[in-house]
Design a protein around this ligand. Structure first.
Ligand SMILES: CC(C)(COP(=O)(O)OP(=O)(O)OC[C@H]1O[C@@H](n2cnc3c(N)ncnc32)[C@H](O)[C@@H]1OP(=O)(O)O)[C@@H](O)C(=O)NCCC(=O)NCCS
Length: 187
């Protein structure tokens, strides 16, 4: 278990390719994203990737990629979030977790939770230039990932579920599940 103190992160543009190449989370798709795509997206301002380190671990403990987003909510979700009828927005501003991964050797030891606390804290502390009330993710539809996000207070998007019911004919399981969390939750 890594101590809560000692985490820090760097933009991917400041991390050596060899350091990135040594990272594995057990999902090749996410390892390859870090070494082949993340820097270009970062430089193009299409998704900012930050690589997380800990004083007591050699190499990256994980990484996350964030971008601005906006999501639709159904009436019960708006009510749950305390948005009254006076708030008339077609979509609600959010920060999207495009990618998030923890080193394979460190999984199930609280590191993912620590990454989430780190990024949520910094989203809330960011100077008030661009608003975002929700944090959203298209979570891989596997038990480990869904349990992880649920444990951290994310909820499945009811709006997306309603849309899928009304517009999808075939019933193959979705590869990802849209989830969101109020950035104020737990404060
Ligand atoms: C998903 C991932 C980020 C979770 O990170 P982590 O450091 O292992 O998670 P934590 O140790 O902080 O777990 C927090 C909670 O999430 C849940 N959880 C995490 N991994 C789980 C698993 N394999 N099975 C069931 N629940 C799990 C548990 O409730 C856990 O709390 P607990 O250990 O007290 O029971 C990590 O497993 C990972 O990088 N996986 C590969 C990449 C990936 O799938 N990313 C997500 C793409 S959307």
């Amino acid at each position: 278990m890594l101590p809560e103190e000692g985490y820090g992160y760097l933009p991917i543009t400041e991390v050596e390719p060899a350091t990135l190449g040594a990272f594995t989370c057990g999902k090749p798709r996410l390892d390859e994203f870090l070494t082949t795509q993340a820097r270009a997206l970062h430089e193009a301002r299409l998704g900012f990737t930050n690589v997380v380190f800990h004083q007591q671990f050699e190499g990256p403990v994980g990484y996350f990629t964030l971008a601005n987003d906006a999501i639709k909510l159904n009436d019960s979700e708006k009510f749950e979030l305390g948005f009254g009828e006076h708030i008339e927005l077609a979509a609600f501003p959010a920060v999207k977790i495009g990618r998030l991964a923890v080193h394979q050797d460190l999984q199930r030891r609280g590191v993912g939770g620590a990454l989430m606390a780190l990024l949520l804290g910094d989203i809330l502390n960011t100077a008030g230039l661009s608003a975002a009330r929700l944090i959203v993710v298209d979570a891989d539809n596997d038990d480990a990932v869904l349990c992880f996000y649920e444990k951290l207070g994310f909820e499945t998007s009811l709006w997306a579920e309603d849309m899928a019911k009304n517009h999808t004919k075939k019933r193959a399981p979705a590869a990802t599940i849209k989830m969101h969390r109020d950035v104020f939750k737990g404060l």
